[in-house]
Structures are given as structure tokens and as C-alpha cells.
Design a protein around this ligand. Structure first.
Ligand code: HEM
Length: 698
């Protein structure tokens, strides 16, 4: 019998109408329908005569169009825009004293993982650099089932009770009559809701900080947010908060950069992760545990069940217990990233929930939404969602089951005996809930211990450097300036004196308020004694090196080849990468006549896409840049975004033209000097020349 590959037709380059026909042959397999029927012509529908009506019996056309018509599934109601990758979690040493979770029992053991990063508010096609919380969802395929840590890059949340989640999400997403703004909090409905929800003030400080505009998924922290439990084999429970600490340190962009990146490369974050993994520079985080007991929980000044509060690392240090490494991009975005289903209630023996009312609501919500999003109850059969350990149960049928149990028995107890009878429960290794003692009247009531809405907002604010405090103020001014109704702006600002009087003044001034701010009545008087926590600042948790970052090098014809090579060597030696930006993407002819290949033309590679830039034109080449608006913006923005700039003397003419020559500071590093490239890369480790910001009005 001939195989399909052998029954090939002769290649036909063109049809009677000039259409292209590419045909199978050699290694190229034969196109078939979903039923496996070989297809002879994929360009033309079956019709009566070449100019006649279509025939209904054209099963290939009907199947192809039918399938296409059904390609879309509902996007996630929140966190619609996301990007995922595979990797592993490696446990450092046994943690049997605190948890029976199998993945923590042996040092050095690796557990497969899938991670999806996301924004919350925007639609699936929205831009990556929206001011927003980032989802940080981790699925760990352990030997005792899938464990999902469905977290964010911010350790607290807007609301305390899941009852308010639909309202929060309605308020933040596009307004329902006009369907805008997309992926933006800067609108009336969001701030109207927030200004009436004092419990959101701590989260608002985070969301207005640069945490909400990260430079890369690779440079942000992750948090499980809620208090969970770890339970050891003896049944002893320890409370825990989960942290992910990025190996490359924290880094964010500036707001003006974020706005411009969204235009220049709306896929900036996903491209960054894709490129890092594809180039073998695997992103890595350490898993940190904040462990505490009932006694600490009782004595802590806030309720550990309140998701609008964190536990400062100074009070409970973060113990690093393992590392998460992303090593493989998906083969197919839809199959894996779109269909992956994270659920907070996917936990394993040795892990348990707390009574956090937000967490309890989430435990219902994820499964519920996924039945609709993925079209039925069998989404655990999709490979990315299926456990990688053996699993056996009697659940069956529903839409599209891929693995209904074999055999006659689909119930228990049964008397078929042995393997014929199918799986049975295991009192020894089966999941057991921690037997927490619960009692009390059935009520709809928020605990009084949740009433302090401002103290930690204040603590977060005073933990920031002056630069970061300025960014929070500016973000509030920007956001509220987009709010049309004055009373919403005023109401929001009236919360701020509880956080910081100077912040309130600054925002009021920035909005042009003419009257004094009235302070809103607090449910509980904020505490002023909480000390700053260094862990809450981005700038104080930056990287030790420039590794993982990217430099844009602007070149022209005549660029000094030796300098270019020396610069590249220095940057790559640091573990960073370069991208060459040239007047045309075909590259330039260097001083020695060699070709320097370019990855971007100047307009396509604005400086916002890079962590630092070098400007190394030849004298003549620079002259040709003086009328190039993109070249002027390149250096002007690099200056305004506080970047380190390596340059050669010839670039001064461009700096003049861009209006920055008189203001150069030591963030501009001359490259022609001895050790010029090395000095430049050493400076870049600081990421930005923050002092420059003081000389500018933002
Ligand atoms: C601490 C608070 C919260 C965090 C950290 C959080 C985190 C996340 C993350 C990371 C995702 C994206 C999952 C993915 O990548 O597929 C997500 C999706 C979602 N979240 Fe939350 N969320 C929070 C609160 C809530 C609450 C209170 C609810 C509802 C009561 C909720 C409902 C949802 C829903 C319905 C989805 C879409 C899930 C899907 O379609 O797969 N979330 N959340």
C-alpha cells in the first residue's frame, strides 16, 4: 500500500486564473480534511463552471470555513492579555518540618512548571505597558497533583471581600456605554469606585507606583497575596505568604516611556520574554516563604486574612526555598497560553487555604469562569492543564472528553474487585483539610480587624525614595486629570492626607485645586508609627549588574568599527545584549569598509525600547542625522528618560540639534576615552541617572 506522502501530485505553480498552487511531494505532506481525506485544490471552491454558482457538496470548503468561524473562544473576563512559558521549579532542601507537599521533600528535585504573566484590565489585544497590575500565575505539576499559585506582581489587592470583585472589574474596564478607555484606569468610573472604597488606598499606592509599569516580566516580583497554610505530615499548620524574587533585580519604566513603548512595540513584554528564553538567557525567580504561626497572626497589628495588608519583610523575613526557571516557549500560543486554566483551589496535600474572604471567593470563581471560557468541564484534558502524575477518577462524559475511564465500572463502592473495580480513596496519602475549628453566627459582616485602610498605604509611601514618591504623585495627577467629574477628583484627594499630607498637597496643586482639601473620615485612625520598609521600593532593590538588559547603538556610515566592537564586547561581557539602530535597516558601512548589520531603522527602534543607548555616528554620518526627526527624538528621549548614554564627539552636533547639549551630565559617558566602553557599562548598572530628573518638570 502506498503511504500518503508517496501519492503526491506533480507541482503546479499556477492555475488558470493566475493563482498559486503549492503541492505536496518529498517531505511535504499531503493536505487533508479533518477526516483525513486528501485535498486536491485548496485555492478554489467547487462550482458549476469556472464562473458559476458554488456547489453545496463542497465538503472541504464547508469544513474549512466552519472551523475558522469557530476559532475564537471568550477571552478571560480579567487578565485577558497574557504570555506564558514552560520551565521548572527546583527545591533547594527538604522542608518536611513545615509541609508535607511532595515537591518540597527532596533537595535539588525539579518540578515542571508553566507560568502565565498578564495585565488585568485590558482586552486580549491591548498593549503591554498599560498602567496595571501584572498577573503572575504559576502552575506546578507536582507528583501529587497540580498546584497553582495564582498571584500578582503586587502583594496586596484593591478589595477585602470577593463580593466586590465584579464591581471593581466593571469599574476598571471600558465604560459600558462607550467601550473606552481600553486598558486604562484613567477614567471616571474607576476613580469614582475607588474614591468610595477606602480599603483600596493601599493598593492604589502600589498601582500608582512604578510597580504598575514594569520594564519586563523578568524584572518584577510575584506574590501569592493571601495568607495560605503549609501543613506537615504530623498535621501541624504554619501560615505562609508566597513571594517570587527575580534574579535580575527589580526595574520599571517611566510613565512617559510606557506611553511611547505602547506605540513603538505594544508587545514589548511578551517579545522580551520570548527573546530571553529563545536566546538561552532563562528568566529566574526564587520562591520565598514568609512563615508565621497563630501567635504572630494574633499579635500582628493587622488581620492576616485581609488581602489589603502585607507583612513587612522586616517583621517576617522571606526565606528563599527554591528557584523557578523558565526554559521553553510554548509551541502554540492558543493551545497552551490561551487554554491554560489556573485555579486558586488547585492545591496539593501539605498546602491549605486560610479564611481570607477574597481567597474563598476566588476558589469558586476560577473554576466557574473556566467552564464557560473553555467550553465545558473537560478542560483538564487539555495537555497544559492535565496533571503530569498518574490520575484516576470516575468523572466522565461532558463536551469532548479525551480520556473517559476504560472498563465496565464507573462508580464506587463496587464489588468488581482488584484493578477491575477502579480507583479508591486513600486515607494515608489523600488530601486532608486542616481541621481548623470554626464557629460563629451566620452573618454578612466585615470584621472590625479589617478597618484600618490607611496605615499601610502610608508605610508603603514613606518606604519609597523621593524619586519614587514623585512618580506616585505624578501618576495620581495624571490619572485624576483624565477624570471629568470634579467631585470624583476631590473625593479621591480627600483620602490622601491620611497617607501623607505633602502627597495630598502635591496632588491637589497638580490638579489646580483652589480650595483646601477636606480629609475624609477614616473608619479607624491611621497609625503613624509604622517604619519604612526597604523591600517595598523598586530603586532600592535594583540589580547588581546590567545583565539581562539591552543597549541600542545608533550608528551611521563611517562609524568607528573598533569602537563598535569594543562596545559590543563590553556589553555582552556583562550579560546584556545590543540592538543596532541605523538610518536604514540594511545596516551601515563602518570606518573600515565592513558592514555593521542593523536590527532597526531609527524610527522603528526609538530609545524607549532600550535600557541605555550609545550614539556613535561618524562626523559626516551625524550631519545626515540632523534633519532626521527620529534621530533627534532618540537622543532627546534617552535624556528625558534618565538613560545612560555612551557617545562619541561627533554626536554632539545631534545633541545640539535636539536641544540637550547644554544639559549633559555624567550620565553621558564619552566612549573614545581609555576604558570608555567599560566605564559606560559600569554606569549602566545603576540603570538610570535619577539625579537628572530633578532638573526637569515632568
Ligand atoms: C489577590 C487577588 C487576586 C489575584 C492575585 C488574582 C490573580 C489572577 C491571575 C494571575 C489571573 C490570570 C490567570 C491566567 O493567567 O490564566 C486571574 C484571572 C482571573 N481572576 Fe483573579 N485574581 C485576584 C482576585 C480575584 C478575585 C477576587 C476574583 C473573583 C472573585 C478573581 C477572578 C478571576 C477570574 C474570573 C479570572 C479569569 C480566569 C480564567 O479565565 O482563566 N480574581 N486572576
Amino acid at each position: 500500500m502506498k503511504t500518503r506522502k508517496q501519492t503526491v501530485q506533480k507541482r503546479r505553480p499556477g492555475g488558470a486564473g493566475g493563482e498559486t498552487h503549492q503541492t505536496a511531494g518529498g517531505e511535504v505532506p499531503v493536505l487533508t480534511t479533518q477526516q483525513g481525506t486528501p485535498v486536491s485544490d485548496d485555492q478554489n471552491t467547487l462550482r458549476v463552471g469556472p464562473r458559476g454558482p458554488a456547489a453545496l457538496e463542497d465538503f472541504h470548503f464547508r469544513e474549512k470555513i466552519f472551523h475558522f468561524d469557530h476559532e475564537r473562544i471568550p477571552e478571560r473576563v480579567v487578565h485577558a492579555r497574557g504570555f506564558g512559558a514552560h520551565g521548572f521549579f527546583e527545591n533547594y532542601r527538604p522542608l518536611a518540618d513545615i509541609t508535607a507537599a511532595d515537591l518540597f521533600q527532596r533537595g535539588g528535585e525539579k518540578t515542571p512548571a508553566f507560568v502565565r504573566f498578564s495585565t488585568v484590565a485590558g482586552n486580549k489585544g491591548s498593549a503591554d505597558l498599560a498602567r496595571d497590575v501584572r498577573g503572575f500565575a504559576v502552575k506546578l505539576y507536582t507528583k501529587q497533583g497540580n498546584w497553582d499559585i495564582v498571584g500578582n506582581n503586587i502583594p496586596v489587592f484593591f478589595i477585602q471581600d470577593a463580593m466586590k470583585f465584579p464591581d471593581l472589574v466593571h469599574a476598571v474596564k471600558q465604560e459600558p456605554d462607550r467601550d473606552f478607555p481600553q486598558a486604562a484606569t484613567a477614567h471616571d468610573n474607576f476613580w469614582d469606585f475607588i474614591s468610595l472604597m477606602p480599603e483600596s488606598m493601599h493598593m492604589i499606592m502600589w498601582a500608582m507606583s512604578d510597580r504598575a509599569i514594569p520594564r519586563s516580566f523578568r524584572f518584577m516580583e510575584g506574590f501569592g497575596v493571601h495568607t495560605y497554610r503549609l501543613v506537615n505530615a504530623a498535621g501541624k499548620s504554619t501560615f505562609v505568604k508566597f513571594h517570587w524574587k527575580p534574579k535580575l533585580g527589580l526595574q520599571s519604566v517611566l510613565w512617559d516611556e510606557a506611553v511611547k513603548i505602547n506605540g513603538a512595540d505594544p508587545d514589548f513584554h511578551r517579545r522580551d520574554l520570548w527573546n530571553a528564553i529563545q536566546s538561552g538567557s532563562y528568566p529566574e525567580w526564587e520562591l520565598g516563604l514568609q512563615l508565621f504561626d497563630e501567635k504572630f497572626a494574633d499579635e500582628f497589628e493587622f488581620d492576616v486574612l485581609d488581602a489589603t495588608k502585607l507583612i513587612p519583610e522586616e517583621q517576617v523575613p522571606v526565606r528563599r526555598v527554591g528557584r523557578l526557571v523558565l526554559t521553553r516557549c510554548v509551541d502554540n500560543f492558543f493551545a497552551e497560553t490561551e487554554q491554560v486554566a489556573f485555579c486558586t483551589n488547585n492545591i496539593v496535600p501539605g498546602v491549605d487555604f486560610s479564611n481570607d474572604p477574597l481567597l474563598q471567593g476566588r476558589n469558586f470563581s476560577y473554576l466557574d469562569t473556566q467552564v464557560k471560557r473553555l467550553g465545558g468541564p473537560n478542560f483538564t484534558h487539555i495537555p497544559v492543564n492535565a496533571p503530569k502524575c498518574p490520575f484516576h477518577h470516575f468523572q466522565q462524559d461532558g463536551h469532548m472528553p479525551m480520556m473517559n475511564p476504560k472498563g465496565r465500572v464507573n462508580y464506587e463502592p463496587n464489588s468488581w474487585g482488584g484493578a477491575l473495580g477502579g480507583p479508591r480513596e486513600s486515607p494515608e496519602i489523600g488530601f486532608r483539610s486542616f481541621p481548623a475549628e470554626e464557629q460563629g453566627p451566620k452573618v454578612r459582616e466585615r470584621s472590625e480587624s479589617f478597618a484600618d485602610h490607611y496605615s499601610q498605604a502610608r508605610q508603603f509611601y514613606i518606604s519609597q525614595t523621593q524619586v519614587e514618591q514623585g512618580h506616585i504623585a505624578n501618576a495620581l495627577i495624571f490619572e485624576l486629570s483624565k477624570v471629568e467629574r470634579l467631585e470624583i477628583r476631590t473625593r479621591l484627594v480627600s483620602h490622601l492626607p491620611h497617607i501623607d499630607a505633602k502627597l495630598a498637597d502635591r496632588v491637589a496643586k497638580g490638579l489646580g485645586f483652589r480650595e483646601n482639601i477636606q480629609t475624609i473620615q477614616a473608619a479607624k485612625k491611621p497609625a503613624a508609627h509604622l517604619k519604612p520598609s526597604k523591600a517595598l521600593s523598586i530603586i532600592q532593590n535594583g540589580p547588581a549588574s546590567f545583565a539581562g538588559r539591552k543597549v541600542g547603538i545608533l550608528v551611521t556610515d563611517g562609524t568607528d568599527r573598533k569602537l563598535f566592537d569594543a562596545l559590543r564586547k563590553e556589553i555582552e561581557g556583562e550579560g546584556a545584549t545590543i540592538e543596532v539602530v541605523a538610518p536604514v535597516v540594511g545596516g551601515v558601512t563602518a570606518s573600515d569598509g565592513s558592514l555593521i548589520e542593523a536590527q532597526q531603522k531609527i524610527g522603528g527602534g526609538p530609545s524607549v525600547l532600550y535600557d541605555a543607548v550609545a550614539v556613535i555616528p561618524s562626523g559626516k554620518g551625524c550631519e545626515s542625522l540632523l534633519k532626521n526627526t527620529a534621530a533627534k527624538n532618540f537622543v532627546c528621549d534617552a535624556f528625558a528618560h534618565l538613560k545612560f548614554v555612551g557617545y562619541v564627539e561627533a554626536a554632539m552636533a545631534l545633541f545640539e540639534k535636539a536641544g540637550i547639549a547644554a544639559d549633559l551630565d555624567d550620565g553621558f559617558v564619552p566612549l573614545a576615552k581609555p576604558r570608555g566602553p567599560a566605564t559606560f557599562v559600569e554606569s549602566c548598572r545603576k540603570l538610570r541617572k535619577w539625579e537628572r530628573e530633578k532638573t526637569m518638570t515632568v
